[in-house]
Design a protein. Structure first.
Length: 261
């Protein structure tokens, strides 16, 4: 079986902004899907609520984007009607519960990272990406061996090139925990796939919907708090129940959720 991990980010990757409480954390969430399942089930499943609730046409497709959904901006302005909003939220929660996927989230406290490593301060995004890729390989090594690749949402010209170079270095040289052979035997490509969400990629849309609730859940559990009492908290509860990657003993933290440093 071939898998793909779709990655979305929450927060500011810059270490210079670490002292600002609003920009202290960076979170990367990977959503792992079997590729045939994406084509056969996930894509049509995500298209259904678009056609049911919004003005969705092949020439002007709706792309599910969490920020625009929350702000109820066009084409999601219909959600301002309480009945329409309730119906859409109910269908979305049911969909997130029914689909078969695995979630991994890495959160880095950039302020703690700067204070702890005053000499060695790796780029926060690349450090988090490395940890996420290691867990993806661990996922594919467990049980029957599988293989897969990775797709991220485009961040822009120079940033995309830096990300691709970082990925290729990991693939070629390995890390302190995984050898190059580990990566090369499970990752089918030495190149990182970088795509715009405007390409209507189902996996990237799903990652966008899950990334912020998963960040909130990871932050809450790290600080021994309950899940938020909002719609994102309901999504996080679904993730904790059945979607996070976990150890053979069922442990989520350190496996499906990783706090750095």
């Amino acid at each position: 079986m071939k898998y793909r991990m779709y990655i979305d980010e929450v927060g500011d990757p810059g270490l210079d902004a670490a002292e600002n409480p609003k920009h202290r954390y960076l979170s990367l969430t990977g959503v792992i899907l079997e590729l045939e399942y994406v084509d056969r089930v996930v894509f049509p499943a995500l298209e259904h609520p678009k056609r049911t609730h919004f003005l969705h046409h092949a020439d002007e497709p709706v792309i599910l984007h969490r920020k625009e959904l929350v702000r109820m901006k066009y084409p999601f302005n219909r959600l301002k009607d309480a009945g329409a909003g309730t119906a859409f939220n109910r269908e979305l929660l049911a969909l997130l519960e029914e689909l078969d996927y695995t979630v991994m989230t890495v959160v880095i406290d950039k302020l703690e990272h700067k204070m702890r490593y005053r000499v060695w301060q790796q780029d926060a995004y690349h450090y988090s990406l490395r940890v996420l890729i290691e867990r993806f390989v661990l996922f594919m090594k467990s049980g029957q061996p599988h293989e897969g690749d990775i797709m991220v949402e485009s961040r822009g010209g120079k940033e995309d090139q830096r990300l691709k170079a970082s990925y290729e270095r990991i693939f070629r040289e390995g890390t302190e925990y995984f050898s190059p052979a580990d990566f090369q035997s499970h990752l089918t490509s030495s190149r990182l796939k970088v795509k715009q969400k405007s390409n209507i990629i189902a996996g990237l849309q799903l990652a966008d919907l899950l990334a912020h609730p998963s960040y909130q859940a990871t932050h809450a559990r790290q600080h021994r708090q309950g899940l938020p009492e909002n719609f994102g908290g309901k999504i996080a509860a679904i993730l904790e129940t059945s979607k996070y990657y976990r150890s053979p003993e069922g442990k989520i933290d350190g496996w499906g959720r990783k706090w750095l440093p």
